[in-house]
Unconditional design. Structure first.
Length: 579
């Protein structure tokens, strides 16, 4: 007998043999049993999951001599004709090659004819989305009010390409991808019928590679069967099919979880030597780490994974104890970047290895240079001639300069105010270590120095405000409304009255703070910080600008007006008839 492919030989012939489409099967069986069969059905879903097979089973159930029944006999004249594809009453049409209006006109003429020997005349149109718009329009009337003896079953992988007018006249069923466990179960039945034996891990690898398509899984199994018949060893099976087995990915997960980048790099070299596709391996590895994140964050979703074997689920659950979710996310980002860089470089290996090194390598774990390396460096240094005139300059101690403010670790303020205002953490602020000063005398002397500095600053404060007004009149006026209250850790405390909180908000803007700090350093010849506060009082002494100050600020009037307009989101009225 001629050889028959597994996908054809073991094609389901009854409803109970359908794999992974229980929701559709139960609905169609109920319709047949209750005599509520619709005149038009639309089966949608990915390729290779049983749409056409279920359409044929439905046709046999309706036309079986013992039916309509949910268990067609498979031996009557109608059933055998459907299986062989010779039935005159079950007409299968390929929508891709019969997509024109002429073919649909022919179909409309055939619809009028009664069945030859069956109960119904059934039209199965595969890839119905390939029909032209004219063909769809020609089919509309017939599809809406067909003769009682006619049933339509459409199948498509792109339901969005079908006209809404057609969709509204059909009962639509969405087919799902087949879970891995059910594909493995189906392949075990095929192997038992063929009297063959394949390890379960290879069946899971085939099912994962099929991507939810039962037909692809059967085709891969059909491809691997002769290899296993010729020799029992299955070393090259995965390379033969281009499949990355779960065990290979599990080893890389173990190396990265333990941060053993030496073993990881050696394993990458081994994969390359074996001819593995690193691009496919990288995709599968990213998916593996995604499953580890699911185990930590959503155990139920991890348990419901249909494309991962139980053994691998157990392994990934154990590995998640060695690595945090944050580290897994960082590793996934590195691998995705390596994948993108690999496209640009036309080589996945180098970015992949660098990603592993970046994740696993710890700078603090730098090994000390070996004695041979130290000797080599010394010999190289000794071989370089040194000119007698050249001398190494001795370090010169810098002359004592004016002390600059130091930002201590425990200080709550920086040059621009609190760290929270800057969006920084305490670790982001540079700390300069200083010898600790203890004793009441040192504290008192430090307070006295700070008080003297504050007195000098406050004495010159009106002049500083005048300088500000020359450049930014609005900021100078705002500062004039406030009071200079204290100096702590070289940070000036400026207090606004409670009723002038809006002035405080304006001064705290990043642009204005930067400007005032630069003016402070320029005027007082030392860096100073700023912190704006609000008092409980509702009024404050006002320093009004003198006539000379107003005259000097004439050039800044336009800028001041623009700032007011920006602040209050207003517009300038230039009409001449206003009062």
């Amino acid at each position: 007998m001629d050889y028959k492919a597994f996908a054809l030989k073991y094609r389901p012939q009854i409803f109970d043999e359908m794999v992974g489409q229980d929701h559709v099967v139960s609905a169609l069986k109920s319709a047949v049993l209750n005599n509520r069969v619709h005149h038009a059905y639309l089966f949608t879903g990915p390729r290779g999951i049983g749409k056409t097979s279920l359409a044929r089973i439905m046709a046999k159930s309706l036309n079986c001599e013992q039916g309509p029944t949910v268990t067609p006999c498979g031996t009557c004249r109608s059933c055998t004709a459907v299986v062989k594809g010779t039935s005159l009453d079950v007409i299968e049409i390929d929508g891709a090659s019969n997509r024109g209006i002429d073919e649909i006109r022919t179909l409309r003429e055939n619809v009028k004819l009664s069945p030859t020997f069956s109960r119904f005349k059934i039209f199965i149109i595969d890839e119905v989305h390939m029909l032209t718009q004219e063909a769809f329009n020609a089919l509309l009337k017939t599809l809406e009010e067909p003769p009682a003896h006619v049933k339509f079953i459409f199948a498509t992988t792109h339901p969005h390409k079908v006209l809404p007018t057609i969709l509204s006249r059909c009962q639509k069923f969405q087919f799902h991808l087949v879970p891995v466990e059910k594909m493995v179960e189906k392949m075990k039945k095929i192997l038992a019928a063929e009297k063959m034996d394949i390890e379960e891990k290879y069946l899971y690898a085939i099912a994962r590679s099929a991507g939810g398509s039962i037909r692809d899984a059967e085709s891969l199994l059909d491809q691997i069967a002769p290899v296993l018949q010729e020799r029992k060893d299955t070393i090259d099976v995965f390379s033969f099919l281009g499949i990355i087995e779960e065990e290979t990915m599990n080893k890389m997960v173990a190396f990265t979880a333990s941060r053993d980048f030496n073993a990881a790099l050696e394993y990458v070299n081994k994969l390359v030597a074996e001819g593995k596709d690193l691009g496919v391996f990288l995709n599968n590895l990213i998916e593996h780490f995604k499953n580890m994140i699911l185990f930590r964050l959503s155990p139920k979703a991890f348990k419901d994974l249909v494309y991962v074997s139980p053994q691998t689920k157990q392994f990934l659950a154990e590995q998640t104890r060695k690595i945090s979710v944050r580290d897994i996310l960082r590793l996934v980002d590195l691998l995705i970047n390596a994948k993108d860089l690999g496209r640009k470089m036309n080589s996945v290996r180098i970015p992949f290895e660098l990603a592993l090194i970046k994740f696993c390598y710890k700078p603090e774990a730098d090994p000390e240079p070996a004695a041979s390396q130290t000797a080599a460096v010394s010999s190289v240094s000794a071989s370089v001639p040194v000119k007698p005139a050249e001398a190494v300059p001795k370090p010169v101690k810098p002359a004592p300069a004016e002390q600059k403010p130091q930002i201590k670790k425990e200080s709550p303020t920086a040059l621009l105010g609190d760290w929270d205002d800057l969006g920084l953490e305490e670790d982001d602020v540079p700390v300069k270590s200083e010898p600790a000063k203890t004793g009441p005398e040192s504290a008192e002397s430090s307070a006295e120095i700070e008080q003297c500095e504050f007195a000098k600053i406050k004495e010159q404060w009106p002049r500083f405000i005048a300088e500000i007004k020359k450049v930014r009149m609005s900021l100078g006026c705002n500062l004039a409304e406030a009071e200079l209250t204290a100096l702590k850790s070289n940070v000036l405390r400026i207090t606004f009255p409670k009723n002038l909180a809006f002035h405080k908000e304006v001064m705290e803007r990043q642009k204005n703070q930067t400007f005032v700090i630069e003016m402070l350093e320029k005027f007082y010849q030392k860096p100073l910080g700023l912190k704006y506060l609000t008092s409980e009082k509702s009024s404050a002494p006002v320093i009004k600008p003198s006539a000379a100050e107003v005259s000097a600020a004439d050039d800044a009037d336009n800028e001041f007006i623009n700032e007011l307009l920006d602040t209050f989101e207003g517009t300038l009225d230039t009409s001449s008839d206003h009062e």
